[in-house]
Design a protein around this ligand. Structure first.
Ligand SMILES: [Zn+2]
Length: 117
């Protein structure tokens, strides 16, 4: 705080020694020590408060920290997109399914292979 370092405290004590004299130094020392102790107490409380906040954060399960998001639904093709009758009669040219009696591919128009009885 305010860039105070131990060397500064030593200088302050020396200045106080010169100003007030050795007889009053213990009194000044107690006042200075009280200030330092209170400063450290406040720092400790601040640190503990910070730790408590961190502890609360750690105690919070990650599963509840994030709202549950269901996975995106897989796109389901409409039933109309499926062939009305799976025939197994696939076009040799484009692979499109065709009716068993189809002579020409409904997709590419190519002639379907002749059935072999
Ligand atoms: Zn075809």
């Amino acid at each position: 705080m305010f860039g105070i370092q131990p060397i500064h405290i030593v200088i302050i004590i020396l200045v106080a020694f010169l100003i007030f004299g050795a007889s009053r130094l213990p009194e000044i020392g107690r006042a200075l020590g009280k200030s330092i102790s209170e400063f450290r107490k406040g720092t400790k409380e601040a640190a503990e408060g910070f730790k408590q906040e961190m502890g609360q954060t750690d105690k919070t399960p990650a599963s509840t920290a994030q709202p549950y998001a269901p996975p995106p639904a897989q796109p389901i093709p409409p039933a109309s997109a499926q062939p009305a009758r799976p025939t197994g009669n696939f076009c040799i040219h484009c692979g499109a399914p065709n009716l068993p009696e189809a002579q020409y591919c409904a997709n590419c128009g190519m002639k379907m292979p002749d059935k072999v009885a």
